[in-house]
Design a binder for this molecule. Structure first.
Ligand SMILES: Cc1cc2nc3c(=O)[nH]c(=O)nc-3n(C[C@H](O)[C@H](O)[C@H](O)COP(=O)(O)O)c2cc1C
Length: 411
């Protein structure tokens, strides 16, 4: 039986890690898959690489073992006492074939079983992701297209190929998909699907309040946490709307994105979208104040030191929570004072009327961007219900686990 699992980082000693078999086949792009393997390990997967004989001409076993942190087997007659020729496929939570050569696509479509990779694929009921890579002529060949169509019709997930520079001087369709896209495709098939049919509204990034046409009052939020939440919710089947304020991380795909600039624009977008959402997660850093009368022209140094009059912005989270009905509302509170952290979180959770409040300590060298983070989750009564450390993707998964429970109990 397959292990139950959650996406946890490799350092987590409590959880089981999803087991991903990576079938590395004999294409020039095999070297790029080394970084895919590394990322999957970093995202908490237990990766077992099965190279074909041809693949080992492109990447060495030592590299694959070091990066995957597991021994690499490639023969049907290895580990016979463990019945390894089927055990690896049976115990996999997902199989990734990357790069997938024309030859291996054909062999899998045909149901051949003359290598450890092929017996593993045949013995598995796990979802399969294939990332083909080959020259354009090979990709466009009727036989290759027929094999791909057969695999897709059987539920295999196709990622790529992309178009671009190929080996040699030519370019065209057939280039391996970007490593990050391949990792995303694998994580998407691994994710539980507990948000199917759930509409999730998330704010991310940091608002900017204009001082004049070129200057603003801003903050150091990059949007990494909100984007990690949006991607995790999407992968778990949610219909996601992301309200994005000056993201400094790539805009995620597979969701509706509404760009906003100021706190007022963010508030307008939230209030408009809130009526048709089931879950609202407010992770953007929204400025508490704005300049009362921004200058329509650039302030000149020669005019002397300006005095800025600030006025308070509405509290969007408290406003949304006040009219939440049976929606689940999650807020974020960034604090810099570790001494008073928990008491302040409890006070805010109650004052704002949210279902969950995520607290994190931030500072000059802490909390912002794609860095590991530590959070504490408190419920509507201010009682601590969880604490999590790790990558933003990991933390996002744990926050959604809690939201999932909350939405089920609200039904
Ligand atoms: C330098 C070189 C690069 C190759 N690149 C590719 C490739 O990108 N895609 C592909 O389908 N085949 C490529 N091949 C051909 C495969 O290696 C060959 O079809 C092999 O039998 C594939 O075996 P496998 O699918 O078991 O790994 C390449 C061959 C060589 C010598």
């Amino acid at each position: 039986m397959r292990a139950s699992w959650s996406l946890t980082p490799p350092t987590n000693v409590t959880g089981l890690h999803p087991r991903v078999v990576v079938g590395l086949t004999g294409g020039i792009a095999a070297y790029k898959v080394v970084s895919v393997i590394r990322s999957l390990v970093e995202r908490g997967c237990d990766v077992h690489v099965i190279p074909t004989e041809s693949a080992l001409n492109f990447v060495g076993r030592a590299t694959l073992e070091a990066v995957s942190r597991n021994p690499v087997h490639d023969s049907v007659f290895d580990g016979v006492s463990e019945v390894r020729h089927v055990a690896m496929g049976q115990s996999a939570d997902a199989i990734l074939i990357a790069p997938a050569t024309a030859n291996s696509l054909s062999a899998i479509a045909e149901g051949r079983a003359d290598s450890l990779l092929l017996t593993s694929v045949l013995a598995s009921t796990a979802p399969i992701v294939v990332a083909p890579a080959m020259h354009t002529e090979m990709w466009e060949q009727e036989s290759t297209q027929a094999n791909v169509a057969t695999l897709v019709s059987r539920g295999v997930h196709l990622v790529g190929p992309a178009s671009g520079r190929l080996t040699g001087n030519d370019s065209g369709v057939g280039r391996l998909a970007e490593p990050d896209d391949i990792v995303e495709a694998v994580l998407a098939v691994l994710a539980p699907k507990d948000f199917v049919g759930v509409r999730v509204l998330i704010t991310a990034g940091g608002t900017r309040e204009p001082i004049d046409p070129v200057r603003f009052i801003g903050n150091r939020s990059t949007g990494a946490m909100g984007v990690a939440l949006a991607e995790a919710a999407r992968d778990r089947g949610a219909d996601v709307t992301l309200i994005a304020a000056h993201l400094e991380v790539p805009t995620p795909r597979g969701m509706r994105v509404i760009d906003v600039g100021t706190a007022a624009e963010l508030r307008d977008a939230v209030l408009r979208e809130f009526v048709s959402t089931d879950v609202f997660i407010s992770s953007a850093a929204v400025s508490d104040y704005r300049v009362a009368s921004p200058s329509p022209v650039k302030l000149k140094k020669s005019s002397g030191v300006p005095t800025l009059e600030l006025v308070e912005n509405p509290d969007v989270l408290a406003e949304a929570a006040a009219g939440k009905g049976d929606r689940v509302v999650v807020g974020f509170a960034a604090e810099t004072d570790s001494g008073n952290f928990e008491a302040e979180l409890a006070r805010k959770a109650v004052a704002k009327g949210v279902d969950l409040l995520v607290g994190n300590l931030v500072g000059e060298s802490q909390g912002f961007g794609n860095v590991p983070t530590d959070i504490v989750l408190v419920n509507s009564e201010g009682v601590r219900v969880d604490e999590v450390s790790g990558s933003k993707a990991h933390v996002a998964g744990r926050i959604l686990d809690r939201v999932s429970r909350q939405k089920d109990s609200a039904r």
